[in-house]
Design a protein around this ligand. Structure first.
Ligand SMILES: *Cc1c(COP(=O)(O)O)cnc(C)c1O
Length: 389
């Protein structure tokens, strides 16, 4: 089966009692046993039936297994949020005394959980520009257990060659984890490129409709088994059945949506690239993008995220966004409708200016998550905003 067929049908649950066409919602916190012996068998692992939703549920399993199939790997787990996927994975793969390396440009929430939580458990780490392979190789220590990367990186869309990083990681006896939220399995399958575990915020493209927060972990069985038990089941980051049911619905149209996100984003990127008030456009699909060749090789499409730099700096960013009517101002990304954000005046307004600029968040940087509206309407909205600058 090919991707779109699998996104609809793989690992589907068939309800034999009523013959429902669509997987029913199993919104039940616990499951009833026929007798004590059956309860005993389930808790002892002799019977794989369900016991209690924190420990497993048909809806969360369905979407996790389907994602594992789409990622062409062994197993998957559904979690309450993308952050619970990230934090549970990191906690499961390391113990006190271990060290890990993270690429230096990763999601802000991941930076927070590393700096404020993970390091409190006796785990040491370094943020490294892993695209500098010599520096990356030198960053390994005898106790380095994990390498964590995100590609494309947020907000600069800098890419990391997963194959190359997997090679170096494995030479050093560590495990490679990739946050694949921006790409989804439709555009990039990290495990087939050599990674061991992939993590997702399904809040974004996977669910795609802006009405769920959730996460997924996929990967090789030896790692997923330990992330699940004892970590996920006891830390309690299990997601809700209703959310998983919605995510399974969103997943059915992932391929269709991603095709449209990609084609719309390409047109918007070209429009911005030609605009006299725009200094530079960061979009992997533009020939001017420094890693255009890697993008073509590693990804099956260039995605729906664009960052661009306004010549007019901070004021221009604020003015442009305040004059948009269709494109909504907000964080998050990957939904069917377009969202835009100006980090300097919004998400990073409280960050000291030197620190913000050192992190690549310049005054005029704008990030747009290009939706699947008619692209003419997206461009017209931007054009009207630009006339106010
Ligand atoms: C949003 C996001 C997360 C965190 O996911 P939540 O569902 O918000 O917890 C992690 N990584 C990336 C790349 C994201 O965009």
């Amino acid at each position: 089966m090919k991707f779109n067929t699998k996104a609809m049908h793989a690992n589907a649950i068939h309800d034999n009692q009523f013959g429902t066409h669509v997987t029913p919602l199993y919104q039940s916190s616990t499951f009833i046993f026929d007798d004590c012996a059956q309860g005993g068998d389930r808790f002892a692992g002799r019977d794989s039936g369900y016991k209690y939703t924190r420990l497993g549920n048909p809806n969360t399993d369905e979407v996790a297994n389907r994602m594992a199939t789409l990622d062409e790997t062994d197993a998957g787990l559904y979690t309450s949020t993308g952050m619970s996927a990230v934090s549970t994975t990191l906690m499961a793969l390391m113990n006190a005394g271990d060290h890990f390396i993270s690429s230096d440009c990763i999601y802000g929430g991941t930076v927070s959980v590393i700096n404020k939580v993970i390091v409190n458990y006796g785990i040491d780490m370094n943020y490294v520009n892993v695209n500098d392979y010599e520096l990356f190789r030198k960053s390994f220590r005898p106790n380095t257990k994990v390498v964590y990367i995100e590609t494309p990186a947020n907000p600069t869309l800098v890419l990391i060659d997963i194959k190359k990083i997997a090679e170096i990681t494995h030479e050093n006896g560590a495990v490679l984890v990739v946050d694949n939220t921006f790409m989804t399995p439709y555009l990039q399958r990290p495990i087939t490129l050599g990674a061991d575990v992939a993590v997702y915020s399904v809040t974004k493209y996977i669910n795609g409709h802006g009405d769920v927060v959730g996460g997924i972990i996929t990967g090789k069985k030896e790692y997923i088994d330990v992330i699940k038990n004892p970590y996920l089941l006891n830390l309690g980051g299990t997601g809700s059945p209703f959310d998983a049911w919605l995510v399974a619905r969103g997943l059915k149209t992932l391929g269709l949506r991603m095709d449209r996100h990609c084609s719309n984003a390409m047109e918007v990127a070209q429009y911005l690239d030609a605009h006299p008030l725009v200094e530079v456009v960061h979009y992997p699909g533009l020939k001017s993008f420094p890693q255009y060749e890697l993008a073509k090789e590693q990804m099956d499409g260039f995605g729906g995220m664009i960052a661009f730099e306004l010549k007019g700096g901070f004021d221009a960013g604020e003015k442009l966004l305040n004059n948009l009517k269709l494109i909504a101002l907000g964080v998050s990304l990957g939904g069917v409708d377009s969202l835009i954000q100006h980090p300097a005046s919004m998400t990073h307004s409280a960050v000291p200016i030197d620190e913000r600029i050192a992190g690549g968040i310049t005054d005029g940087l704008v990030r747009i998550s290009v939706g699947i509206e008619d692209v003419e309407d997206i461009i017209e909205d931007l054009e009207k905003g630009f006339t106010k600058l």
